[in-house]
Design a protein around this ligand. Sequence first.
Ligand code: SF4
Length: 621
Amino acid sequence: MTNPSLFVERRLERILASVSKPGRYVGGEFNAVYKDPAGVEVRVALAFPDAYEIGMSNLALAILYDVLNRRGDTYAERVYAPWPDAERALRDACVPLFSLETRTPVRDFDIVGFSLAFELGYTNVLNMLDLAGLPLRSSDRDERHPLVIAGGHCTVNPEPMAPFLDAFVIGDGEEVIGEIVEAYKHNRHASRAALLRLLAAIPGVYVPGLYRCRADESVEPVDDSAPRTIERRLAASLADMPFPIAPVVPVVEAVHDRISVEVLRGCTRGCRFCQAGMITRPVRERSAETVLRLCDELVRSTGHEEISLVSLSTSDHSEIEPLVHDLIERYRPQGIGVALPSLRADRDCVELARQISTVRKAGLTFAPEAGSQRLRDVINKGVTEEDLMGAAESAFKNGWRRIKLYFMIGLPTEIDEDVVAIGALAHRVVLHGRRMGVRDAQVTVSVAGFVPKPHTPFQWRAQDTPEELLRKQRLLKASMRDRSVQLRFHNPLVSHVEGVLARGGRSVARAIEYCWRLGGSFDAWDDRFSYDRWMTAFELAQVNPAWVANRVRGYHEALPWDHIHCGIHRGYLRAEDKRAEAGIRTEDCRIGRCTMCQACDRWLVERDALRAASRNTGDRQ
Ligand code: SF4
């Protein structure tokens, strides 16, 4: 019988000549890991459901690749979604989906691990399973097939993808992946059912096949080995966590062609719309010393000319100023620049950006998120107009001519005045620049439609319909008179589908499958997204998208993601939603007191202190 890798290799040569960006499929990159597959016990295919250049910029996958390949008994390889032209060519030539490193068909791996970073990648997961020659549904796979698992932020509501995956990892993947490999290694000859039960016993692992979905879309276990609630896994500190010091250097230009060092994980600023912030609490930090050491190694191992300090809010790092200063001075002679992708809108951050721009000038982007102070208080975005104007003034003074501002429309309690306030705020920024003598001051305003996400204080809120978002877009456009402000809108139809996929229950899985069968893939790409196809799929699956996305849910209503616990107490989310309604802000617990979200143990300490204080007061009375 022909060696499957050789078969792929031979046919690939012909295929590559006919596809766009053939570099996406050849592998052989600098720092790619090569091992003898016969010399390991467990083989893992790390799969990213989008194009090579998007997946190569995904830090989570790079971390898992490193963690797994540090093990002597495991070999992790990579696989990305082939672009439609390559998919056609692969299907025509009967070549199954294969790994980049050894051209091994994905179906021959022990474990296939998908990264679910965004909902619009779901149809690509199905397409990749099909291209691999694997049955789409977990219930149709058996001992002959690899375990198909998934991690990433979308797993906090796993139900829309539940029928297609054998297990989900909830929380920090690098904490769990080793335990999954061990369970597989020691039980590879066990029955599929027994193996899945073993996985379900690992904290942070959800095995959907051991649960049933009730009529109200809530989920309950049907097997003794399955816990009622799946607690997310949390890396206690970043200090001891391994970090890839020799990541693979892409051969095709990636979205982020640079060194990425994670300096913080988690965010406690408490923006009420932000799922990433809520599900990754508490904040964990890498020391400046460690970051500098990592940067030294990464510069040596990759040859990249830019270092990006990544996190949800990099300027919140406790040593950010000396760290940026040290990095700039250390790498200036080599022409290596520093980038901070997430900057607060204030003068201090612009000062950081100014220092950075002495090596390499980059654009300046701030995210006030809402146009009026009232609405910024509702969403708990701690940015005032004074902060923003201070940041803009500092930017114009330091030579920037154009500033980008990010906003959302469709936020809870929003009225038309809040929408119009977006344009007015941008206009005031331009005027401020002109008054400072910057005649060509310009502002680009990006406006996205708000999607209320699971595990946030707004998880019960209704999403605006696409028609309402469109009306608000028109209202904002009509209110704009200033040619120095450019408006860019996110497609409200895309936001609507994203809302259904993010908030749906297990019934939405049928719609995802229909959409894929109707030709859906690469839905995150504007020219590939088809609203009509999604609407047909929802209809065929008997899913009412408005019922899923555009309806207020009651506090006591069962939610499809209630069995997943991401650290924050449900009562806290409810209290935050009520504070939002009243326009009351909640302070960042890193700066002030613990606000008792229960994501870390500090609330226990504070609760005990409060109890002791009240006992003492009682004693004195
Ligand atoms: S429990 Fe308290 S200190 Fe810990 S993340 Fe929540 S609010 Fe912050």
